[in-house]
Design a protein around this ligand. Structure first.
Ligand SMILES: Nc1ncnc2c1ncn2[C@@H]1O[C@H](COP(=O)(O)OP(=O)(O)OP(=O)(O)O)[C@@H](O)[C@H]1O
Length: 206
């Protein structure tokens, strides 16, 4: 499963933030998107994940190959940890949540309502969902926010196992996860300020 991004320009609020980004993500590849706050890393990842339209360029990926995890955990607060994972497994046509529970050390929390979890526990549950999607290409925006050192290590192991089994990952992160990853510095792709006001570009539904 290969992700191909060609000459991609992405926009927020109708203004281009990055222009001309190209890369390929092959099986077992990890690519870390780097750049200062506000340059457009989240916007790039959201566009690659199909959550907002590309302004220019193309994103090619096999159907149903992408799984996205971002800042907002989007958990169902009135469902338990296990029920949240079962719900997501069902959405993605999967059944077994054991691997996800184990990978993120959630067994003691299985029956707790998601709404009662701490920020870091919620984050672990949010990331555990990736494992019940069975999707090969993970797109991860600041995945380690709120995680303690031990949980960061669990996450890094989960990504490493995913890569070892032929999955791939596109990540925006400021911390070193100890992965063998290529770096995409998006600094050089910063759109020229104010040069591109996009008429007819519609993010309203997002
Ligand atoms: N809803 C919005 N409307 C208008 N502009 C926005 C909106 N959301 C983000 N922006 C702007 O778009 C630009 C890119 O934001 P983005 O979140 O993609 O950056 P980032 O590189 O991920 O930043 P950070 O490292 O702080 O998370 C920023 O200048 C930001 O202020």
């Amino acid at each position: 499963m290969v992700l191909r991004v060609k000459n991609l320009s992405v926009a927020r609020g109708g203004v281009a933030v990055l222009e001309g980004v190209s890369f390929t993500l092959a099986p077992s590849d990890a690519l870390v998107v780097k750049g200062p706050n506000g340059i457009g890393k989240t916007t790039l990842l959201r566009t690659v994940a199909g959550l907002q339209p590309a302004f220019k360029g193309t994103v090619e990926a096999p159907e149903d190959s992408l799984a996205y995890a971002a800042h907002s955990d989007g958990l169902k607060s009135m469902l338990s940890v296990a029920e949240n994972l079962e719900f997501w497994a069902h959405v993605f046509g999967q059944k077994d949540i054991t691997q996800a529970v184990d990978a993120f050390d959630l067994s003691d929390l299985r029956n707790r309502l998601a709404g009662s979890l701490s920020a870091g526990q919620k984050r672990r549950l949010g990331l555990a969902r990736l494992l019940v999607t069975a999707r090969p290409i993970w797109i991860l925006d600041e995945p380690t926010v709120s995680l303690d050192t031990a949980s960061v290590a669990l996450f890094a192991q989960a990504v490493q196992r995913h890569l070892s089994s032929g999955g791939s990952a596109l990540l925006a992160t400021h911390i070193d996860l100890g992965l063998q990853a290529n770096i995409l510095d998006v600094g050089p792709f910063k759109a020229v300020a104010g040069a591109t006001a996009i008429s007819g570009y519609d993010e309203a539904f997002l």
